[in-house]
Design a protein around this ligand. Structure first.
Ligand code: URA
Length: 205
């Protein structure tokens, strides 16, 4: 299962933790990334959103979910009645993993080892934020937070109660919607994602 030895982090605040993370070499992804993309949002947020890893745009900006997937996420949250600014937004993996295709940096999936190394930071963020609800966006966030027994397409829309940890809402990653070519199918997927997100507001104070 995921290794969450975050009790050894010595940061007392999320700001300190973010500073500590900047020099992370727990896995090799720091070597080719521009920025480490740490979580951001209110330190007293009730909701923590967890994506996979920064994309090209996030790597350049040093901020999570500012590219196309982020725009779509913001829109869907809005339609579900949630203000993103009230959420703490982070990723399972904090550096962009990619492969070059010509001049383009194409997203590459982080492997289990990279996810596990980075779960240390995610665990520390959880420990300091103590959110009421964690929203796992897609398979990487789900496996980092809940292990390999939980499956996105089987368990989406459900709130799970892992022992000793905050509740977790399982849903898809907004990037999955961007990959659906057919407009009617994409809209169906978008509405199903918004339906999952409507489970969030009851956790907001
Ligand atoms: N996809 C993610 O999972 N996270 C980001 O920050 C951006 C895109």
């Amino acid at each position: 299962g995921p290794s969450l030895a975050y009790e050894h982090a010595d940061a007392n605040t999320l700001a300190e933790l973010r500073d500590d993370a900047q020099s992370c070499t727990r896995c090799d992804l720091y070597r080719n990334a521009t920025h480490l993309v740490f979580g951001e949002g209110p330190g007293a947020a009730d909701i923590m959103l967890v994506g996979e890893q920064p994309g090209d745009r996030e790597d350049l900006a040093g901020r999570p979910f500012v590219g196309p997937a982020g725009k779509l996420l913001d829109q869907c949250l809005d339609e579900a009645g949630i203000d993103r600014d009230r959420c703490y937004v982070t990723n399972a993996v904090k550096h962009f993993k990619y492969q070059m295709r010509g001049k383009k940096r194409l997203h590459a999936r982080p492997n289990a080892g990279e996810v596990q190394r980075c779960a240390w930071w995610l665990g520390a963020e959880l420990e300091l934020l103590k959110p009421k609800l964690v929203v796992a966006l897609g398979a990487t966030a789900v496996s980092s937070l809940l292990g390999s027994k939980i499956k996105v397409m089987r368990d989406r829309g459900h709130i799970l109660h892992p022992a000793g940890k905050p509740d977790v809402l399982v849903t898809i990653h907004p990037s999955a919607l961007l990959r659906i070519r057919e407009a009617t199918e994409r809209e169906k997927g978008r509405l199903a994602f918004i339906r999952d997100l409507t489970k969030i507001p009851r956790f907001l104070r």
